[in-house]
Design a protein around this ligand. Structure first.
Ligand code: 6PG
Length: 261
């Protein structure tokens, strides 16, 4: 199994910010800072957006000055780490959230937005997205599509993207994208389409955005000194040839053993 499929401990960086607003600004600065070299070196900045609510603060900042004018949106390609199987105009759609907070407010060509078709049958949407990723992102030296930046959140159960503890999708190592159900406690309780763990681990840089006291337990399990025997899904994101950064607010970091940083 190649390194990209199993992941390996890349350089782990943890930055703790005072609150979610400071976290959003720290993420915006990193977004801008990564866009420039990606475009200089590869002519494009391929970023996969995270869903949920935490990243909305980052997306709103990117849609306004000073950050908006610092990104070459014409050279930016926007993908999604996962999607709920709902129509694109649904309140539960990650694409809709990105549209409302960012995509409708920046000069990003429509052709540069690659959404997962949540309105299609899940497996068909997954297969189509995998083909699109391969077509747009296949690196000469890799069989995996490689994002320049992958944004991720984490649920209080330690899930990331739509890779949930105990669900089969977490174990899929030979696909880029899979359709999956969700545990009964998850809302919205709809099927999902998600990038797989090996694809997450193929990214050049992974940036987790995690805020709030409810996440403190999972953060401590993922980043604390004592690693659990069975790592949580978010704890298995360790980009093989890329960098890994966790941006936390104080509330989410409160359970961390400071020495682990
Ligand atoms: C989704 C996301 C999911 C999210 C976490 C954290 O589709 O909901 O992909 O993985 O990042 O659930 O969500 P919050 O940031 O809203 O807590």
């Amino acid at each position: 199994m190649s390194q990209a499929e199993t992941g390996s401990r890349a350089g782990l960086e943890i930055e703790v910010l005072e609150d979610s607003a400071a976290l959003a600004h720290a993420a915006a600065r990193r977004f801008v800072g990564l866009a420039h070299p990606s475009i200089d070196q590869r002519g494009r900045f391929a970023v996969a957006l995270a869903g949920g609510s935490t990243p909305a603060g980052l997306y709103r900042l990117l849609a306004q000055e000073p950050y908006r004018g610092q990104v070459n949106w014409a050279r930016t390609w926007v993908f999604f780490g996962d999607e709920r199987c709902v129509p694109p105009d649904s309140r539960d759609s990650n694409y809709q959230m990105a549209r409302e907070t960012l995509l409708d407010h920046v000069p990003l060509p429509e052709a540069n937005v690659f959404r997962i078709h949540g309105e299609w049958p899940p497996q068909r949407a997954a297969d189509a997205y995998a083909l699109q990723l391969r077509a747009k992102l296949k690196d000469e030296d890799q069989s995996w599509a490689r994002f320049d930046l992958l944004l991720l959140g984490m649920g209080d159960d330690g899930h990331t993207a739509s890779l949930f503890p105990g669900m089969p999708a977490l174990a899929v190592m030979d696909q880029l994208v899979v359709a999956t159900g969700v545990p009964e406690y998850v809302q919205p309780n709809v099927a999902r389409v998600t990038l797989t763990l090996p694809l997450l681990n193929a990214a050049a840089r992974v940036l987790f955005l995690v805020a709030g006291e409810k996440k403190a337990g999972a953060v401590a399990r993922v980043l604390g000194r004592s690693q659990p025997a069975e790592p949580l899904p978010a704890g298995r994101v360790r980009p093989s040839g890329g960098a890994l950064t966790w941006l936390l607010d104080r509330a989410a970091a409160q359970g961390l053993d400071r020495a682990a940083e």
